[in-house]
Design a protein around this ligand. Structure first.
Ligand SMILES: [Zn+2]
Length: 167
């Protein structure tokens, strides 16, 4: 787990930067931020979006129905992260949830999730693509930032299948 100590400061820096963008754009329904940092075949992903896109509501879950909806949405996010962030199949990347949390502020709330990614090889020189709406149709504009070694990319994902070559 040595890579965590290396990647974590980068991911924090990326996320903080994304957060600053966000303050200008505020809490905007339908929008999200994803930060991905890699070293070799090990990566970390953070995803941040208003809960409305993932859960369909933002109030505190008090009824059994809402609590179940929240549990279901979180497990859907966990299970589908590899369909939303798609690495080359030959890399055999596996995703592991680090955390999925909801932060409620007044009438609004945000989902903050992070994952570890373990691939058999470094993704350098391979394509990556993003399909958020297929899984969460309301997530229609996601700003992705990607850092690996000397590579730094950013992409505004507004439709499924958008991506880039990691180089
Ligand atoms: Zn909201």
């Amino acid at each position: 787990m040595k890579f965590i100590s290396f990647l974590f400061p980068i991911l924090v820096a990326v996320t903080v930067e994304a957060g600053e963008h966000r303050e200008q754009g505020k809490h905007e329904h339908g929008h999200g931020q994803v930060a991905i940092a890699f070293e070799g075949g090990h990566g970390m992903i953070s995803l941040d979006t208003p809960a409305e896109s993932i859960l369909g509501f933002e109030h505190q879950a008090k009824s059994e129905k809402d609590k179940k909806a929240e549990t279901d949405a979180f497990s859907k996010l966990e299970k589908s992260i590899g369909e939303m962030i798609v690495f080359a199949p030959a890399l055999k990347c596996q995703f592991l949830k680090d955390k999925i949390e909801r932060k409620i502020q007044g009438n609004h709330s945000d989902i903050e999730a992070s994952f570890h990614v373990q691939c058999e090889k470094s993704p350098m020189g391979t394509p990556i693509s993003f399909s958020f709406q297929k899984v969460f149709p309301k997530l229609r504009d996601v700003k992705v930032q990607f850092i690996a070694e000397k590579v730094q990319k950013s992409l505004d994902v507004k439709k499924d299948g958008m991506g880039f070559e990691i180089k």
